[in-house]
Each structure stands twice: as C-alpha cells, then as structure tokens.
Design a protein around this ligand. Structure first.
Ligand SMILES: [Ca+2]
Ligand SMILES: [Ca+2]
Length: 221
C-alpha cells in the first residue's frame, strides 16, 4: 500500500478518536432574573403553562430574592441559580412582602433531537408549594411542603427539539391555610446531557473501518 494512503488512514483513524471524545456541552436551566414572573388572580391567566403562551406582558423575575435558607441550594455544579419570586412593587423585597401566589416561565432552546438526550433532570423546590410543567405537562404538584424537598424530576420524555418552556406556579403558604408565611421563594436547577452526536458515531465507524483495512492488508503481506 502506498505510504500516502497509509498516512491518510492513520490520520483518519486518529481524527475519529478525537471527535469521539468531544461531546456536545450539557444545557443548564436555572432560576435567575431571565425568567418571567407574574402574580394576580388565577382567572386572569389561561394556558399560561403552554409553550405558545405569550409572556411578553410578564415581568422579569426578581433575583436574587431574599430568603431564610442558610446557603444556596447549589444542587447542580455549573448552575449559578438564584432564589426568585415575583415583585411588582417599588423598592426592594424583604423576602416576606411579595405576593402569596406567583407564576414563572422560562423558555429554552434544545439543539438536539430528544432521542439523543442521555439524561435530563430538573431539581426544584419552593417555599411553600408548587406545580411544575414542562411544555404544558404537569410533572409534579408538590403539596408536601418545602422541608421535604428538593425534588428531582426526570423531564427527558417531555422535551422537544427547538423551543421548550418550563413553567412553575408557586405559592407561599398552603391551600387549606397559611403556612410559613414568612418567606417566599422558588429555586430551580436543571441539566440536560446529550449523548454523542450521530455524526460522531458514523465518523468513528469510518475510522475503525480504515484501521481495519489497514491492519488486514498489513497482515497479508
Ligand atoms: Ca448550582
Ligand atoms: Ca413561605
């Protein structure tokens, strides 16, 4: 075999190895002031949890929102999340003077076909209760109270290629009565991890094929 072809195959094989170890970066989701928030009576909102809802009239969530927790819930490394809540008034909240009930939305864009997601988890907690939706599907209604969290939710089966939305309805206190009406907050940390892209796997195949042909020809000499 000509040296140039051998060289080509060796280079192709080495390149395939390099590509194989370069995974696409995970997508992180975390609560901060890029979320949209709202508070008013429930009757004012319809389909607020769905992907196509227009939240342009909502406020930016207030973050970091004051809270009573010692140390942030840094459940996932690389997510610089903040405690958030809705704040429609002037001045600065003290963690206890916001609305008892608030709604939150955050859009995120997924580059990958959901088939190629390895793991997708949202870790969430709120003081005191919350409903979590992904693209309009209610994945958790927490009625047990803030002290039992945080809650880790697998969202893999509910993700879409392209636009997605995470939506949370949270309330300070308890449906049947007041509870911990001292602080109100929502904290979210999420991570979506892709598997190696299909293009990468095909390249690896070509690389191994190249190496295999090379090896067999060498053996026959
Ligand atoms: Ca974090
Ligand atoms: Ca509370």
């Amino acid at each position: 075999m000509k040296t140039t072809i051998k060289m080509f195959m060796v280079i192709m094989f080495l390149t395939s190895l390099l590509v194989t170890v370069s995974f696409a970066s995970p997508l992180y989701i975390y609560s901060d002031n890029t979320w949209k928030s709202y508070s008013n009576t429930k009757t004012d909102i319809t389909d607020w949890e769905t992907l196509n809802f227009d939240d342009s009239g909502w406020r930016d969530a207030y973050a970091p929102y004051p809270n009573s927790i010692n140390g942030p819930g840094d459940w996932i490394p690389d997510t610089p999340s903040s405690y958030i809540w809705d704040w429609s008034k002037d001045g600065v909240p003290n963690g206890a003077n916001g609305p008892n009930e608030a709604w939150f939305r955050k859009d995120f864009y997924l580059n990958w076909d959901p088939t190629y997601i390895q793991e997708a988890t949202i870790t969430i907690n709120a003081d005191d209760r919350f409903d979590l939706y992904i693209n309009g599907t209610n994945l958790l209604t927490n009625q047990t109270g803030v002290s039992y969290g945080p809650y880790g939710i697998d969202i893999m089966d509910y993700l879409l290629e392209g636009n997605n939305v995470i939506a949370v309805h949270a309330w300070d206190g308890y449906d049947q009565g007041p509870e911990n009406r001292v602080y109100e907050w929502l904290l979210v940390e999420g991570k979506i991890t892709p598997v190696p892209e299909p293009a990468t796997i095909i390249l690896l195949g070509f690389g191994l094929l190249g190496a295999g042909i090379h090896g067999r020809r060498k053996f026959r000499k």
